[in-house]
Ligand binder design. Structure first.
Ligand SMILES: [Zn+2]
Length: 313
């Protein structure tokens, strides 16, 4: 059910919020010259989003200059609510409906913003001494792209369960690593689940002394050779957790990762099918929300400012 609240929010408050998020050190021009406190706006063509002309370089700028919202005709209230909707994983359809905006334009914005979220996913390894790695397979075809071959409809192709899912058969694998102490995750949409694809992600995603728990997939067969501890649980033999060291704690399992897959499936379900080209973006947004829990200014800058270079970790 749509519940529009645009009229209940104050435009000036939203401007101030965005100003604080995007320019924590005060508004400045695109070359970084700070705006003097006493300077009057360049023109008042828009009610809240004031334009200023830099006294040093003569460039005209406003709150959104050099951001993905540069040149937008949306109000600050709309921009705040759009960002909130995207970060919280609301469907584009719902956000467009509540804000009375054009769906296609909004979807294009979403992909632009999420692409920054994808490119700026944390690259640092998890510091956990105990980690789990696992994959899930997500049906993702070519939503929105007209389909040509009537003898091979997307639905049937995705539903073929023969063999493992791959990007080519529209069931791309999502590879995940979770740290058991920090709870932080690293997620990657992969073309396939071959060892050459998966193992580099294990090596960049974890420290070399970690003890890693996986299923029996051959993708993980060489983890021990990297110096990492490695124990597997045999899902195909209906084994879900095992006590290897006899201390009564069944430490050999991937249950943490299984729980995260449930969360990811629920997150993706909202969008009723995601084009496989954009699946990595949506998975990245889920990763951010899982790792951060609560939105902060750095994260919003990450999504809005293409040249922003200090990322949250
Ligand atoms: Zn300037």
């Amino acid at each position: 059910m749509l519940f529009p609240i645009t009229d209940l929010l104050d435009e000036q408050e939203c401007y101030n919020y965005l100003l604080h998020v995007l320019h924590p050190n005060g508004l400045c021009c695109q070359l970084g010259h700070p705006l003097p406190q006493d300077q009057a706006p360049h023109d008042r063509s828009r009610s809240t989003i004031l334009k200023y002309k830099c006294r040093i370089c003569s460039r005209v700028f406003n709150l959104f200059t050099r951001t993905v919202w540069s040149g937008t005709r949306y109000s600050c209230v709309q921009v705040v609510l759009i960002m909130r909707g995207f970060v919280q994983g609301h469907s584009t359809n719902q956000v467009a409906g509540e804000l009375d905006l054009d769906y296609s334009n909004l979807l294009r914005r979403r992909h632009q913003i999420q692409q920054l979220g994808l490119e700026r996913q944390p690259k640092k390894p998890l510091l956990d001494q105990e980690t789990e790695a696992d994959e899930m397979f997500q049906n993702a075809g070519e939503k929105g792209t007209p389909h040509q071959d009537k003898t091979d409809p997307p639905r049937r192709r995705a539903s073929k369960r023969k063999g493992k899912g791959t990007m080519d058969n529209d069931r791309p694998p999502v590879m995940g690593i979770v740290g058991r102490t920090t709870g932080q995750v690293r997620l990657h949409v992969c073309d396939n689940t071959r060892q050459v694809t998966i193992e580099p992600k294990v090596e960049t995603g974890t420290i070399a002394t970690t003890n890693m728990y996986t299923d029996e997939s051959s993708a993980y067969a060489h983890i021990a050779k990297t110096g990492r501890g490695h124990a597997t649980v045999c899902h195909s033999a209906k084994e879900w957790a095992r006590d290897d060291d006899g201390d009564g704690i069944r430490e050999v399992h991937c249950n943490t990762m299984e729980g995260i897959w449930t969360g990811l499936r629920n997150f993706l379900r909202t969008f009723r099918g995601v084009h496989k080209k954009y699946l990595p973006q949506y998975v990245a947004m889920f990763e951010w929300s899982h790792n951060l829990k609560r939105v902060n200014s750095e994260f919003l800058r990450t999504l809005i400012i293409p040249h922003f270079t200090c990322f949250p970790t």
